[in-house]
Design a binder for this molecule. Sequence first.
Ligand SMILES: O=C(CO)[C@H](O)[C@H](O)COP(=O)(O)O
Length: 243
Amino acid sequence: MDARQLKVEAARAALAHVTDGMRLGIGTGTTAEEFVRLLAEKVATGMTVIGVPTSERTAALCLELGVPLSTLEETPELDLTVDGADEVDPELTLIKGGGGALLREKIVAAASRRMIVIADLSKMVETLGRFPLPIEVNQFGLRATEIAVSAAAENLGLSGPVTLRMTGGQAFVTDGGHFILDASFGRIPDTRALSNALHAIPGVVEHGLFIGLASAAIIAGGDGIQTVHAARKPGSSTDHDVA
Ligand SMILES: O=C(CO)[C@H](O)[C@H](O)COP(=O)(O)O
């Protein structure tokens, strides 16, 4: 099976969790797009769902394929979000934002009772950090924020290049009008500590570590589909239902 087929299989398995009348968060990226295509086929044959897209790109595809859309303003509580990821660890902590949509993706996931991650096996890692961590930052004070990010990481024993994401010779600008810094810190043993440290920097809008948001990950590999469920930790700060 090629990489695209694996994405389709993961998306197909996630679609089995979608039922009539659901309010759905719809992710961004090539894997999420496969989900949109399959969802559109269901909608065409009578399934009624309403989707809240996590990016303008996803919104455009949904509109093109006839998936009915709402906004988080109109529909602030969602039943399920289905989204891809750049990395998934065994606890279902994620790195997201490779497609630049991490802020809306996190807001939508947090507004959902459940989040199912769809990915191919190459995204599963023991420890997050092989994929550079996307950090969405305000355009104002970019250089100061960059320095503060590196300093915060260094305090945690992390280091590596922090680079401004570019596209076509220009800084990449997110749907929210912000820049993205890609931080190549390598292995991130304490994701919670890094998350807290980044959130303490005023110029940081959001970062791509998703902690306690995913309820399940559907992982497609050459040997078939594997579903990993989030462990419910006593006293966990998330009250999201598992898939
Ligand atoms: O976080 C994301 C976009 O911001 C995507 O979910 C992530 O980059 C995975 O994308 P793909 O399915 O294309 O590998």
